[in-house]
Design a protein around this ligand. Structure first.
Ligand SMILES: C[S@@+](CC[C@H](N)C(=O)[O-])C[C@H]1O[C@@H](n2cnc3c(N)ncnc32)[C@H](O)[C@@H]1O
Length: 223
């Protein structure tokens, strides 16, 4: 069923080796078509699955991966800058460079390290970006996974003046019964909104899947 739907919903040339659920792909495509990025950032290139739609929708893209092997297909992506290494070290100078330039970075995907500290570090760097003329949407993949969720939860969101909203459950995740990851919770997209203007009140937080997630956890390996 999902393959039939995918074939109708996506151009087959961009729906290749994309490591996301169908609902997450649809959400990502909608965000891209709404924000129409000049520049995008992707942390976690892997098999270029999410990179294909991001590159197709953006004038130019930075993609980051710690594994040089994931950057072997650079020739197929003329508008993409491939940055190889641990994003803990490679992302901060790129954010500095983009902050001092004049381009709008309207889209970022955080899908690299899934360790709590790595997620917190990547998101904290992304949240340092100051939007120039347009909003910036950051999506963080696997927001339902306990380690990733702890990483998202422990970012000092209020300390970033351009962060207006954090939605942990823009797309909810799932409890897997697939043999290799049975009992594990993966998937979900958190969405973070940065605006050019400085926030005047508190950050708007939303986590409407939290109750479901707690119930799910009791059935999982974490419960
Ligand atoms: C889940 S995959 C990305 C999937 C891809 N975004 C997609 O949807 O098709 C995660 C990738 O992040 C990379 N990664 C893990 N830790 C990293 C780190 N500290 N810095 C940069 N990349 C990292 C891994 O090598 C892997 O290729």
């Amino acid at each position: 069923m999902s393959n039939l739907l995918e074939n109708v919903l996506f151009d087959p040339s961009i729906n290749v080796n994309w490591h996301m659920q169908l609902s997450e792909r649809v959400a990502l495509m909608h965000v891209l078509s709404s924000v129409k990025p000049d520049v995008s950032i992707e942390i976690g290139t892997f098999l270029c699955g999410s990179l294909r739609p991001i590159a197709a929708a953006s004038k130019r893209v930075y993609t980051f991966d710690i594994d040089p092997n994931q950057h072997r297909d650079q020739a197929s992506f003329p508008n993409v800058t491939f940055v190889t290494g641990d994003s803990g070290a490679t992302l901060p100078p790129v954010i500095d460079e983009l902050n001092s330039g004049d381009e709008d970075v309207s889209f970022m995907l955080v899908d690299g390290s899934h360790e709590e500290g790595g997620v917190r570090s990547d998101l904290s760097q992304c949240a340092r970006y100051v939007p120039k003329r347009k909003p910036t949407v950051i999506l963080a993949h696997d927001s339902a996974n306990p380690s990733v969720r702890r990483g998202i939860s422990t970012v000092e969101w209020a300390s970033f003046p351009h962060v207006h909203a954090v939605n942990f459950d823009f797309v909810p995740g799932i409890l897997f019964d697939r043999e290799d990851i049975k009992g594990q919770i993966w998937g979900g997209l958190a969405a973070i909104l940065l605006m050019p203007e400085v926030r005047s009140g508190p950050v708007n937080f939303d986590a409407n899947f939290q109750y479901s997630l707690s119930a799910m956890k009791s059935q999982s390996i974490y419960g």
